[in-house]
Design a protein around this ligand. Structure first.
Ligand code: IVH
Length: 666
């Protein structure tokens, strides 16, 4: 490459990457696979390292900056960030419309109607078209500086295009797609972290992270919905014009926004959106109706907290009521006691719910719930359903409190000082703990022992046939024939499945052992690095921490686990049964699916999304995040999203789980 060429290539790459960012984040119509996109970024960053003189501060490689230390600095909003009044019924919207009409002394007015995306408000300050500051709303007067995290949101331009005012502050909603929230929550669950209850909490939490690299992994998105400060530019005539102008600057504007003349059109829109929202990729919790004309807005003014010219109409949450049949206490794999409400089955946002976790005993007290009560259930986005409140106190008894002894083994209960008020049974031989441990070990993501479900495990433990995972490998046909509903063939099959599991790679075995904080991902990383169990057991905390993606919490937990005499005994007896302790070398990449573009939607049974992606990527396929004309296959699992509709529309080949597995395995 001649010296003049790198500069040209850098400019070309920046332009191309920005175009793809726009297609992906704003138009939702990408034409590049993630790997192809990454290759462009890599080429750019390589060139910028070699030729720093050509590096632009607006380059896509410059999004992730340094970590912020300490508290986030406060930012005073020069124009107050208002909130909206909420309404819940068409009557209230009509009343608002009448008030506006009176306020404008009968003058005609139009309205914008915009989806109310469930996220968190954020202000972006552009000076000379360059993003100089991003802030949270805070209390409306003072927010927090989150510039470092706004810069990693790929649909937020670092520089606006076209003729932009000298100072332009746009405001909008930072949010997270439903699928991204589910994936994040799955990961957090695996790592034993508290789950986000809804997209708003997830977005708010992510914006306040100190490390923009972590925030970048959250795949946040943004829609503009209003403006704050405007200096040195032509004022906008109305909200609709503002939205269409900022869209031209390259900012994302919700494509569902609509301009309405009559209040009945507003209702039609609300109705349409209400019925579409389940299929939308992000959570919409209502609509916002605004008087369009900015002059009219000014005449209407505001109350202390919210403008008179706008109003929010909140959709009813996905809710249902049902009866609590019982409150049971589950002893988890690690001994933690979790109260669970056993419910009369009820349909909620498309699924039947028959149990809901009550998390801990404080929650029972807070809700004042007991068996027999009628409760209100709510499910936001793709998250687990929760009991909101008791709606009819039908029980005569009080709610249950933490037991003094373990409901399973009658052993001692210890109250942990942990922030989440956990009570724990500390008897490692506790039958329910052993059961949960065995079920986890046999699970599809661990040793994948078909036929070893809950019903069988419970019997094996109750009869004293199995006391730990090593016991599984000593089971005989006679043992199994003594169980309920076990005929010869079934016993043979289970024994064969148990024997076959001995050959599973170390990563699955390690995950199956259920070391605290070691989820599937960490197990894969550790197994890949140490290759066999003995060397992992010999590793020190510092050594573990040098492994990429392994932090101090996992390192400590692994060392503690393998230090215990009980684990050492277990490992010896597993070794004696011939269980494989080694991680095979990574399979050479095949090219059976070379260049084929895959898109996933919905949940696959027993395979996580990253695993599924790896399966086809190992064969040379490319995985894309959304469907376009160039997609070759759409893999549809349970509760698929709108990607399925799009695939059908475009006539793209659909694969169910079975077809997908056949194709991936060849
Ligand atoms: S306008 C003065 N438009 O809802 C008007 N807000 O409940 C300020 N929101 O704080 C807001 N979508 O975070 C507006 N299309 C939309 C919106 C929207 C979501 C959020 C925003 C606001 C909250 C008020």
């Amino acid at each position: 490459m001649r010296p003049s060429q790198p500069q040209k290539r850098i400019a070309e790459l920046i332009k191309t990457i920005k175009e793809h960012d726009h297609r992906y984040y704003v138009l939702d119509d990408p034409i590049l696979a993630d790997a192809e996109y990454d290759a462009l970024l890599k080429e750019l960053s390589g060139l910028e390292t070699r030729y720093p003189q050509f590096k632009s501060p607006f380059s896509p490689t410059q999004r992730v900056g340094a970590q912020v230390s300490g508290d986030l600095p406060a930012v005073v909003h020069r124009v107050k960030m208002l909130s909206l009044d909420n309404t819940y019924s068409p009557d209230e919207i009509r009343a608002w419309h009448t008030r506006v009409s009176k306020g404008l002394e009968g003058e005609a007015f139009t309205m914008t109607v915009e989806p109310k995306v469930d996220g968190v408000s954020c202000s972006l300050m552009y000076e000379g078209g360059v993003l100089v500051m991003a802030a949270t709303r805070g209390d409306g007067v003072t927010g927090e500086d989150i510039t470092h995290n706004a810069r990693v949101i790929r649909c937020i331009p670092l520089r606006l295009e076209g003729d932009v005012a000298r100072v332009l502050e746009v405001r909008g909603e930072v949010y997270m797609d439903k699928a991204d929230l589910s994936a994040l929550n799955r990961l957090r669950k695996e790592q034993g972290e508290v789950l986000f209850a809804n997209p708003r909490n997830a977005a708010a939490g992510s914006l306040k992270l100190l490390d923009p690299a972590v925030s970048a992994g959250r795949r946040l998105k943004f829609f503009v919905h209003s403006f704050g400060l405007l200096e040195g530019g032509k004022p906008y005539a109305d909200q609709w014009q503002f939205l269409s102008k900022v869209e031209k600057y390259g900012l994302p504007v919700n494509p569902h926004n609509r301009l309405c003349r009559h209040i009945d059109d507003v209702f039609t829109f609300c109705d349409e959106l209400y019925h579409r929202r389940a299929a939308m990729v992000y959570e919409v919790d209502g609509v916002v109706v605004k008087v369009n004309g900015l002059g009219q807005q000014a005449r209407l003014g505001m109350t202390l907290k919210s403008p008179r010219w706008a109003v929010a109409f909140k959709f009813p949450a996905h809710q249902a009521t049902t009866i609590v049949k019982d409150i049971t206490i589950q002893v988890g794999r690690t001994g933690v006691l979790t109260p669970v409400a056993e419910l009369k089955p009820v349909a909620l946002a498309g699924v039947t719910i028959s149990r809901a976790t009550l998390h801990n005993f404080d929650e029972i007290r807070r809700l004042g719930v007991a068996a027999g009560d009628r409760v209100l259930l709510e499910r936001a986005g793709d998250v687990i359903p929760k009991i909101v409140k008791v709606v009819a106190k039908l029980s005569s008894s009080g709610g249950i409190t933490a037991p003094k002894t373990c409901p399973s083994c009658k052993g001692r209960i210890v109250k942990e000082k942990a922030e989440d008020v956990a009570y724990r049974c500390v008897n490692p031989a506790c039958p329910q703990q052993v059961e949960r441990g065995l079920i986890h070990f046999a699970g599809r993501e661990a040793m994948d022992i078909e036929g070893l479900g809950e019903a069988v495990v419970v019997q094996l433990v109750a009869k004293g046939l199995v006391k730990d995972v090593a016991g599984l490998y000593r089971l005989t046909k006679n043992d199994l024939l003594g169980l309920e509903l076990f005929a010869g063939k079934k016993a043979d099959n289970l024994l064969a499945a148990i024997a076959a599991s001995k050959k599973k790679p170390l990563s699955r075995f390690l995950f199956g052992l259920g070391v605290d904080h070691v989820g599937q991902k960490a197990a894969l990383v550790l197994a890949g690095r140490f290759k066999d169990l003995r060397s992992l057991m010999a590793a020190k905390e510092e050594g573990l921490q040098t492994v990429e993606e392994i932090g101090p919490v996992i390192a400590r937990s692994v060392v503690e686990f393998f230090k215990s005499a009980r684990t050492k005994r277990l490992v010896r007896s597993l070794e004696a049964t011939g269980v494989n302790f080694k991680e095979p070398r990574a399979m050479p990449a095949g090219d059976r699916l070379k260049g084929k573009k895959f898109v996933f939607t919905g949940e696959l049974n027993g395979i996580t999304r990253p695993q599924a992606q790896k399966m086809v990527e190992a064969q040379g396929a490319l995985v894309m995040s959304s469907v376009s004309k160039t997609t070759d296959y759409v893999v549809a699992g349970d509760s698929p999203g709108s990607k399925l509709d799009k695939a059908v529309q475009l006539g793209i080949s659909l694969l169910d789980q079975k077809q997908f597995e056949e194709m991936a395995h060849g």
